[in-house]
Design a binder for this molecule. Structure first.
Ligand code: BES
Ligand code: ZN
Ligand code: ZN
Length: 489
């Protein structure tokens, strides 16, 4: 639980107070606090460089039993994500020390040349996300999440910031829900089971749910999606979630790739390419978690979530390279490669959304291509759209939340690479170069006239190692970004 508190540090009985310290400028306004910081800076071992830390006990200026000073580095380099990361690692260190409660001092926003709601929000996010532990499959739970994280702020500043903590709590709960789904191993989330898990969470928070199961998918001719599911003994589904507040006008559709495991199918993946493919449903997890979060926040926007869920496996029933299928939209597709399955399930879901809901805006999220990871690395997603305003909004939300997105092109002439000799399109481009672009171009053929953007999250969806405010595994990348974006639309 996180909360904001404006109390007198001189008298407030506190066990542990963590204080961020800047290496070259004063960033706090409290006199007693600054006196303690001066004391720490006199020690040889503490220069307030990034990640420097020193613990002072029983300082006379404050009532706290223990004051942990943590360096942030130079002022010029301090941005919102430095603050987020500082709080994430502070919480992690406190967890490792076995503490139950911690207080964290919030610097004076003006001294950082930032807005105080942004500072408080980022710090709370880092702490909240850093306090999440995924140890469901460990018998011995070594780490225990903190019970309470208090943010100390200088007394007159607190009031107007009161609404931030509840929102951050809800948005971070959405992020950690997505993280848990993504980190769950594929044997524990085969399509039928993941479908149930998503639907039951969605119902709990009052979303309208609808599931198209294998029989309906066949009746309604979701040929591309069914081709991907053919090799698995677990049946596919298309989950539709809807948040429809009374009187809402704006409608946003979110589509998320839900491949619970991507073996590649008959074009089977080799070596360690397959190991992280439990995360190939990250788009689905993020879309479901975002809808749940928006329902909990009582968002005024009408939001539709479309989540195609399949497992991509080789078997005697599996789709073969060279097979031709008919997509929901009617276009035929030659399956040049069974490992390019994401685009197949996405186009059927997108076509369905456009036909049934005709939303104002449609955004899909998918761990779509290794090529996008080659282009932008593991921390930045690629965003593809012909709508510049939409790209700008997505990029702005990405910068604010540090779920960064970079615009990528959709060149008309590259569409040539998707031609098939026998069908309307080939899911396998004829050139190996520009794979993230050709995948996005393939999707673009099915967006109709809808304002649409595609976000390739193959890099940032999953981290083998983790960082200051995310453990190893699923990151939930996209939930905070989308929640911010919905406020901007
Ligand atoms: N799920 C993968 C993409 C991926 C790769 C995600 C690495 C995360 C990390 C996707 O289904 C895939 O296999 N794409 C192929 C496409 C190719 C066959 C045209 C790829 O990227 O190699
Ligand atoms: Zn694949
Ligand atoms: Zn895939």
């Amino acid at each position: 639980m996180i909360g904001l508190k404006a109390v007198a540090l001189k008298t407030q009985k506190i066990e542990t107070l963590v204080v961020p310290v800047c290496a070259d400028k004063k960033i706090h306004d409290d006199r007693a606090l600054n006196a303690v910081i001066q004391k720490a800076l006199k020690l040889k071992e503490f220069k307030a460089d990034k990640e420097d830390r020193v613990t002072l006990y029983d300082v006379k200026q404050l009532a706290a039993a223990r004051v942990i000073c943590v360096g942030l580095g130079k002022l010029k380099k301090i941005d919102l994500d430095v603050l987020r990361s500082f709080c994430g690692s502070a919480v992690d260190k406190c967890i490792q020390s076995g503490f139950e409660t911690v207080w964290i001092a919030v610097p004076a926003a003006e001294r950082l040349k930032m807005e105080s709601p942004d500072v408080v929000e980022a710090m709370m996010e880092g702490a909240c996300l850093g306090n999440h532990i995924f140890d469901k499959y460990k018998k011995e739970k070594k780490k225990k999440a903190l019970k309470r994280i208090n943010f100390w702020i200088k007394p007159p500043a607190a009031g107007k910031l009161g609404r931030i903590a509840p929102r951050v709590r809800t948005v971070c709960a959405g992020t950690t829900l997505a993280r848990e789904w993504i980190s769950t191993p594929s044997n524990e989330k085969r399509p039928e089971r993941l479908t149930r898990a998503i639907v039951s969470q969605a119902r709990k928070y009052g979303l309208k749910t609808r599931v198209l199961r294998a029989r309906e998918l066949k009746q309604q001719k979701f040929g591309a999606m069914l081709a991907v599911a053919a090799g698995s003994s677990s049946k596919p589904s298309l989950v539709i979630l809807e948040h429809q507040p009374p009187g809402a006008k704006k409608s946003l559709a979110l589509v998320g790739k839900g491949v619970t495991f991507d073996s590649g199918g008959l074009n089977i993946k080799t070596g360690n390419g397959m190991a992280a493919m439990k995360a190939d449903m990250s788009g689905a997890a993020v879309v479901a978690a975002t809808l749940i979060t928006q329902a909990r926040l009582r968002s005024k926007t009408h939001i539709i979530g479309a989540i195609p869920i399949v497992e991509n496996m080789p078997s005697g029933e599996a789709t073969r390279p060279g097979d031709i299928v008919r997509s929901y939209a009617g276009k035929t597709i030659e399956i040049g490669n069974t490992d390019a399955e994401g685009r197949l399930i996405l186009i059927d879901a997108m076509s369905y959304v456009v036909k049934k809901y005709n939303p104002k805006i449609m955004i899909d999220l998918a761990t779509l291509t290794g090529a996008c990871v080659v282009a932008l690395g593991e921390k930045i997603a690629g965003v593809f759209s012909t709508d510049d305003r939409l790209v700008e909004a997505i990029q702005a939300s990405g910068d604010k939340t540090h779920e960064r997105c970079w615009p990528m092109p959709l060149p008309e002439d590259y569409k040539e690479l998707l031609k098939s000799d026998f069908a309307d399109l080939n899911n396998m481009p004829s050139s190996r170069w520009g794979g993230a672009i050709t995948a996005a171009l393939f999707l673009s053929e099915f967006s109709g006239d809808t304002r649409w953007a595609h976000i390739d999250i193959a890099g940032p969806a999953y981290h083998k190692k983790g960082n200051a405010y995310c453990g190893p595994g699923g990151t939930g990348f996209g939930v905070r970004l989308l929640c911010d974006l919905i406020q901007r639309l």
